[in-house]
Design a protein around this ligand. Structure first.
Ligand code: ARG
Length: 633
């Protein structure tokens, strides 16, 4: 327990800490206080520590204290304020915490500044990149360390080849990347899966389109755009054919209409896809090439967002035989019924009440035996269970597919895989409104990033002096652009819709990506200017940090590990962002008071240690969100 040892050295009368479940004083400063306050409260209230410990809560703002106890949460008889004043009068005094303040039905606890500073700053500077995560001590599952490391699959992004990368994919990518980082920071073994839309009749059509409109050069140069263009063109052709057939029919020429239907593009696409499903060498080679080239290109874009995948799965990866087996099982169990040759499940017959009604009916296999989106999801899940033996799996998919996910998980449960159904989770999110730019509606992730990057570049140019000092303005503009998009996306709660607004997101004012980046660059600049060695910072005399601004900053920094573990409960990126903005606001209000350069040397060292700890927290927070912190801008 480095931090506790450190404290014990500095404060000789430090009481021994009692142990509580999920309490990690060696990596989380606030846990020291939780443990300590619980022990005292248990004694003076007579309430069991199992009730006291979880009753201690965060405060919204520092003026409410560092921790607050809602007195009714201890569930004992008596008026809260009367109980509160009795306990205040019995408070024994402590090295770590001030005498609590009674505020109506709440007891507010303020941490004593000295010990808090002595714990928080050394802890942040020691663990650095791992501060706030439980990797620092190799903790695995917090609830039961004996179980070893748990494995989670995060499935996210999942675009469709040859189709636009729409806002839903953008949000899935940003939120999924973040969740994967979060679980990793919490000690989980994370498997990142991209489940591509890469199978179905439309990929037969794409192959036909390529024969007609495609060319090798454009395909290798820019596969994603090229395949999309080909796909658009061939879809125009198919629409023309259908219109023609309808017209012929209305003109009373059904035979000619039928001829188009029998030999036209749609039928050819169906046949081509059939070849693919039969593993026809040529057809598969072509399709695989489209897929591989697209993946290579996607990877480059994902890298700009600090995202990688362990597995590019996809609808194509689910074997027909597996789906047939699943379908047979469902039929034998009496779950599915036949309807005009198709197999469907009517949930109202298997799930009672309202839920059964709202789940409705869904087709699992078409008349011609082709499996559907849902059927693929079911078999893919069963395969993942075998392949990865995961403890939990998250699907990051837009709210538009809420019903799909409910039906999906329900079928799995009804098939008898209750344990599997219990460990899958749909993380949904709202829509992005008005995602268009100067150049029209955005189609691909690259277009979005390029456009925002260019916009950011023009914003940077407005400050000529600063602009000239930036070494690689293109790259910085690109990074700032990406941060703008990501921060705007993660600012609200996941479930909310938001409006894509390039002017707001790229502003340096307000709670934006560029604001966070600026805060980070400023800390880096202070560090450069101070020019102190690591040793000089690590051995600074922290008792010199006495100003209210310094103490408040330390109080906010101390909350960081708690914020991370709380985020594992909310699974909301905004939990992290809200905190980072609170921290950077506290930070920026302190610069005028807590100057580094120009201060007396010992004071300079102490303040530098404080700012260094702030930079560690900001850097860790930004990376957890998937941002790349810049050192200059
Ligand atoms: N490719 C799908 C789409 O664009 C998203 C896939 C989501 N994941 C899943 N397992 N169904 O709508």
């Amino acid at each position: 327990d480095a931090s506790v040892d450190n404290l014990a050295k500095e404060f000789k009368d430090l009481p021994a800490l009692d142990k509580y479940p999920n309490c990690f004083p060696d990596i989380n400063p606030v846990d020291i206080y939780r443990s300590h306050i619980t022990s005292i409260l248990t004694k003076i209230t007579g309430v069991d520590s199992k009730i006291v410990y979880p009753a201690l809560q965060w405060t919204a703002t520092l003026d409410k204290g560092d921790i607050v106890l809602p007195i009714p949460a201890l569930r004992i008889k008596g008026k809260p304020d009367a109980l509160g004043s009795e306990w205040v009068s019995k408070w024994p005094g402590s090295t770590l915490v001030e005498t609590p303040v009674l505020n109506g039905a709440f007891l507010s606890f303020f941490f004593k500044a000295g010990p808090l500073t002595q714990t928080t700053i050394p802890l942040a500077l020691k663990h650095r990149k791992d501060f706030g995560t439980n990797k620092a001590v190799g903790l695995r599952d917090q609830s039961d360390p004996s179980k070893g490391q748990k494995r989670i699959i995060v499935e996210f992004s999942s675009p469709n080849i040859a189709k636009p990368f729409h806002a839903g994919h953008l949000r899935s990518t940003i939120i999924g990347g973040f969740l994967a980082n979060l679980y990793e920071a919490s000690g989980w073994d994370v498997v990142r899966i991209n489940y591509l839309g890469d199978w179905g009749k439309q990929y037969g059509l794409l192959a036909l389109g390529y024969e007609k409109y495609g060319n090798e050069e454009d395909l290798t140069k820019d596969p994603i755009n090229h395949l999309f263009q080909v796909y658009v063109k061939i879809n125009v052709d198919i629409k023309d054919e259908q219109d023609k057939a309808e017209k012929l029919e209305s003109e009373g020429k059904p035979e000619e209409a039928q001829k188009i239907r029998d030999e036209g593009l749609d039928e050819q696409a169906r046949r081509y896809f059939k070849l693919m499903t039969e593993n026809d060498e040529k057809a598969i080679a072509m399709w695989k090439r489209f897929r591989d080239l697209s993946i290579t290109r996607y990877k480059q874009t994902y890298a700009r967002l600090n995202i990688h995948f362990d597995d590019y799965s996809g609808e194509s990866q689910v074997a027909e035989a597996d789906m047939e087996e699943a379908a047979n099982k469902m039929r034998e169990m009496g779950l599915t019924e036949e309807d005009k040759g198709a197999q469907l499940i009517d949930f109202s017959k298997h799930v009672t009440g309202k839920q059964g009604k709202s789940l409705g009916k869904v087709i699992l296999r078409k008349k011609d035996g082709t499996a559907l989106y849902l059927t693929r999801d079911i078999s893919e899940l069963l395969n993942r269970e075998k392949k990865y033996k995961f403890d939990h799996m998250i699907y990051v998919i837009a709210s538009q597919q809420d019903l799909h996910c409910q039906q999906f998980f329900k079928v799995v449960e009804l098939m008898g895989y209750k344990d599997i159904a219990a460990k899958v989770q749909h993380i949904n999110f709202g829509m992005v409104l008005g995602m268009s730019t100067r150049k029209g509606t955005v189609k691909f992730l690259d277009d979005i990033l390029r456009d925002v990057g260019e916009h950011m570049h023009s914003v940077m140019r407005k400050n000529e002096d600063k602009y000239n000092q930036v070494e690689n303005p293109d790259q910085v503009a690109d990074t700032l652009g990406i941060s703008s998009v990501m921060v705007q996306d993660m600012s609200g709660k996941r479930g909310n819709n938001y409006t894509f607004d390039i002017n707001t997101m790229t502003s340096f004012e307000g709670d934006t990506g560029p604001y966070l980046q600026y805060a980070h660059a400023r800390l880096s600049s202070i560090t450069r200017k101070a020019g102190l060695s690591e040793e000089q910072i690590a051995t600074a005399d922290l008792t010199l940090l006495t100003e209210t601004h310094a103490i408040n900053l330390v109080r906010v920094l101390a909350q960081w590990p708690d914020v991370v573990s709380n985020t594992l409960r909310t699974l909301e990126p905004t939990t992290i962002l809200t905190y980072l903005f609170k921290m950077t606001h506290t930070l920026s209000s302190s610069y005028d008071v807590l100057r580094v350069v120009g201060s007396e040397h010992e004071v300079m060292r102490a303040r530098m240690a404080l700012y260094d700890a702030a930079r560690v927290v900001l850097n860790n927070g930004m990376r957890l969100l998937g941002l790349s912190p810049v050192d200059r801008m």
